[in-house]
Design a protein around this ligand. Sequence first.
Ligand code: BDR
Ligand code: CA
Length: 310
Amino acid sequence: YKNIIMDCDPGHDDAVALILAGAKISPLNILAVTTVAGNQSVDKNTINALNVLDIMNRGDIPVSTGATRPLIKEASFAESIHGESGLDGPTLPKVPTLKASSKHGVSVIIDEVQQSTQPVTLVATGPLTNIAMALIQEPSIVNNIKEIVIMGGGTFGNWTPTAEFNIWVDAEAARRVFESGIPIIVFGLDVTHQLLADDQVIHRFSQINNKVSNLVVDLLKFFKSTYKEQFDMDGGPIHDACTILYLLKPEIFNLQHTHIQIEDSSPLTYGTMSVDLLNTYHKEPNAHFATSVNTELAWNLIEDTLKSYN
Ligand code: BDR
Ligand code: CA
């Protein structure tokens, strides 16, 4: 079993990531779920995490609320993609049955990492505010962090022409994380856009017909509709799920060890990830950047995992 902390802003694709990680057949041990302001306000993201865990029957996983806004900037949300609740589509309780812990998400990250008997993998599928704050507050945690698996960035953008949402929301935080020296694995838009949940995928998952797979189907339908509206694409990319697919089956991805930097001062390119794929700077690589995925194996893995909720 691998100890992980999931720092997220659920979010349709964050929810899929939680569902894959928390399945009975998953070898991942989720020490905690921490939420961050991103797709919606941090309080809405916490409600969504609790509702998803409840449907998964995983009320044993503690949920903590983290940062209410980025380090420097004001908060801004992705309502155009995830709706007013942050998880529009399925009908979910406004007041979840499960309760969040009263401990702050940043303290949870610090304490769980310090207490873990084995190095912890941090999975980050929202803006990197909580993780940057944890590193600022308690730098010694780097010694017990195995790696950070991040959904964010890429060589093109979805929030500006060059910046991806998670990095753009808090580029100051992202820069600190990429400069931390911790091993980083990045799933950016280059790879996540290879996994589009189109009608065919949605139809395939609708055949499974259990509580969790039906939730995923409702999520993917809504996600598909906003991706059509905003980007004229025929399916929502299941971005965040790539982090967990990688932890479950790393061999389905191609990765390139490369040097990555985050722009946090230019007005035009704020939040842009500079990925040195051709090694133009001849700098020591600081990240593994995913370039492609075996889509057939990825969808099979998701299907099998959803079936395990029967
Ligand atoms: C990322 O932004 C959010 O909308 C998604 O949940 C994902 O983490 C994609 O750019
Ligand atoms: Ca997310």
